[in-house]
Design a protein around this ligand. Structure first.
Ligand code: HEM
Length: 133
């Protein structure tokens, strides 16, 4: 068996939180039409329940993200640094649009902010793999 290191724990927690934040949003988006057929309030109830695990996951992404930056600080130059800065901007968009989506009361607000938080979450995932690659 390979030895488990702090790097293993760090990346495991970061990727686990990413699976909840990104995978959870995508799964909920796919379930919404079926939930809506069960009742107008069901999608919002499911979203509220998802938020109870999504926001702690986002917090873990930020905390393990800072740990990542400390762990790889010697690499943060040139194109790696640019990629990290772009990723942080995308992560900020993902968090802000998720909060705006949760507060949206119009169908247009729900749709626009929902799409933006999903797309930016996917972009953060891609940029994360790019950084680690
Ligand atoms: C929506 C939020 C985020 C997602 C979905 C995400 C996703 C990922 C993924 C999938 C990896 C690759 C892990 C691997 O292949 O081992 C990664 C790596 C990384 N992430 Fe994130 N991340 C997020 C937020 C952050 C934040 C906020 C920071 C910094 C404060 C950050 C800094 C990093 C760094 C530096 C790496 C490279 C780690 C290494 O090579 O050891 N991430 N991220």
């Amino acid at each position: 068996m390979l030895a488990v290191s702090w790097d293993t724990i760090r990346l495991f927690l970061h990727v686990l939180a990413a699976t909840v934040w990104v995978g959870g949003q995508l799964t909920l988006a796919v379930l919404v039409p079926a939930l809506r057929r069960l009742g107008a309030e069901i999608p919002r109830a499911a979203a509220r329940r998802f938020n109870q695990v999504a926001w702690p996951a986002f917090a873990v992404l930020i905390l393990t993200g800072v740990w990542n930056v400390i762990a790889v600080r010697s690499q943060i130059t040139g194109s790696y640094e640019t990629t990290l800065v772009v990723k942080l901007a995308v992560v900020a968009v993902s968090g802000v649009t998720a909060a705006l989506h949760a507060r949206a009361r119009s169908a247009a607000g729900l749709a626009v902010f929902g799409a933006l938080t999903g797309l930016s979450a996917l972009a953060a995932l891609f940029l994360g793999v790019l950084l680690a690659g």
